[in-house]
Design a protein around this ligand. Structure first.
Ligand code: FES
Length: 118
């Protein structure tokens, strides 16, 4: 998987998150309370609003437009049926924060009844 430099650890001294563009898509780099980082899609699955506009830290983000709530760690929407937010792999190299160019594929919906589709 290819990674690009997205930020530096120093930038997060007073920040809980930063939004970058990856291949034209907004992606949030989130700093956990323990100082580690993760990457997550930053557009609402409903109508694409900026999910991190009102975000101030923690694991829950509420979309400012129609109040869909997401667990940013898992990507799951907590109050609507929705595909999960895509997750991105984050690596730290020295002071650099690198992020995968493409989302991690592990969050495909697991509750599809494939037997019913035959
Ligand atoms: S655009 Fe996010 S809830 Fe509608």
């Amino acid at each position: 998987m290819d990674f690009v430099k997205a930020a530096t650890v120093d930038e997060f001294a007073d920040l809980s998150h930063k939004v970058i563009k990856l291949i034209g898509r907004p992606v949030g780099i989130i700093k956990r309370e323990d100082g580690t980082f993760f990457g997550v899609e930053a557009s609402c699955k409903h109508q694409g609003a900026d999910l991190l506009t009102d975000y101030r830290g923690g694991t829950i983000a509420v979309c400012p437009r129609h109040k869909w709530e997401y667990d940013l760690e898992s990507g799951r929407c907590l109050n609507h049926d929705s595909l999960p937010l895509k997750k991105y792999q984050v690596k730290i190299e020295g002071n650099d924060i690198l992020i995968s160019m493409l989302p991690v594929q592990e969050d495909q919906p697991s509750d599809i009844d494939f037997d019913r589709l035959k």
